[in-house]
Design a protein around this ligand. Sequence first.
Ligand code: ATP
Ligand code: MG
Length: 562
Amino acid sequence: MNPTGPSNFVRDIVIEDLKTNKYGGRVHTRFPPEPNGYLHIGHAKSINLNFGLAAEFGGKCNLRFDDTNPCKEETEYVDSIIKDVRWLGGDWEDRLFYASDYFDQLHAWAVQLIKAGNAYVCDLTADQIREYRGTLTEPGKESPWRYRPVEESLDLFERMRTGEFPDGSRTLRAKIDMASKNLNMRDPVMYRILHADHHRTGDKWRIYPMYDFTHGQCDSIEGVTHSICTLEFEDHRPLYDWYLEQLGIYHPQQIEFDRLNLTYTLLSKRKLLTLVENGHVRGWDDPRMPTISGIRRRGYTPEAVRNFCNSLGVSKTNGTNELAMLEHFVREDLNKRTPRVMAVLRPLRVVIDNYPADQVEEMEAVNNPEDAGMGTRKVPFSRVLYIEQDDFRESPPKQFYRLSPGREVRLRYGYFIACTSVVKDEKGEVVEVHCTYDPATRGGNAPDGRKVKSTIHWVSAAQAVDAEVRLYDNLFTLEDPNQTSDGQDFTSNLNPRSLEVLTGCKLEPSLLDAAEGSRYQFERLGYFCVDPDATPGQPVFNRTVALRDTWARIEKAQRGGQ
Ligand code: ATP
Ligand code: MG
């Protein structure tokens, strides 16, 4: 045992159970996704908790697909989930299971409950069942079929199985208590008729078990000790316990914790599917999506996601965490691991008039100031460069210390340059800046000790690599995207500026053949990674996350102060 994980109440229960030897010293968890969509960052919290506890206490964690609804489930989702859990570091060894693996056993258990008088076939329709169920303040009404003979239920259940009856005409229900305070205990449906083919069992079954009749029994079969799920299942726990008790089989314990919610983000597979189907995003892996495949494409690392998850509390009350906090962990991790490079996103041509026209110097640049082991590289410097349009102002406002007429700045790894004049187009926009450089300042310092207030990045024009760069902003404009006015749905809160595509960006030549998925810090701009859309010689980068921009903050403060 190597207790190193973040402390929380679920972990405390596990530690206590180990102390009392409740499960013979075993810790066995599972992550049970329904393959009806792609995993999102909320699932990462559950994956981190389940696989994390198993790893910490020398236990096991299974990956189990909860595939009881053949209508919404697809192998595309199964494949993506396997890839995503693995990417996050989840290791289920050889324990990849499907609830559908247990359909025969579940069916046998259903028959056992019928025989024991604890389940019956009910002929009420779905609407009638709802009507009979009662409300939180009123008890339910017993189904007229509740006391039909066991033999009759057995016969009907068998005929349901073989497909004799149409969808929705009958159900198998547990006989529990129509007056229970807990609505889940008012004779819940165990099986429904569905003439639908299943992604694994094909047309073998015409009845499918409900989640509640499936989950606990699967946990039991797999020897799970701690069945950790989210708070909405708290009210289902009595039913989880009831089935296991009635069947007299090994009984794991269900423990509920709070779901992850994030500001400016929706974490619901159903709503994410709407975004995909209606073309609001490019797909499940659009880098603006909070899906695991989306954030992977965007350049997030599994380590950053794990650190974020570890920093979250695990509690009994749902709350909302800041998206900025996730971004903080992404920056923190990328800061350590990414090489620095220079790239100019919105280029402005700079001509250094006193620099020899045919000269190219190789300047030595540090790959990562946080990690000397990452070494240095050569960056070409020549007479014509690009700098960011934002790094030049013809009439600089107060506190703007970058390049402007008469002002001297330092070019990173280069020289001091001073602006002498500008060239404008017919609209009066500055299209070229002329400068002179001081040859004595190579490497960034002046022998006479004179100071400059700003260091800016640049790319040499002749060697620059042209690239497309995609900038992302929050997908929604509201902290709570579900907050909508009358008649509108959450898509009305989509941010029209969540994607900005820049073309003709100028990169230093070392980036020409950057591999798909590789990550960099573009100095002063943020963290970027190579998108799969890149082709040889034509890089496409995604901005993973911006650096904190002090100038933007000053400008914002000034605007606010006016
Ligand atoms: P969604 O509401 O997004 O459709 P779900 O709960 O239906 O999610 P499942 O595939 O059933 O998705 O979830 C698998 C596991 O992940 C469950 O144990 C569930 O409790 C957990 N989980 C899902 N969403 C979150 C979340 N936002 N935070 C923490 N755990 C989550
Ligand atoms: Mg679900």
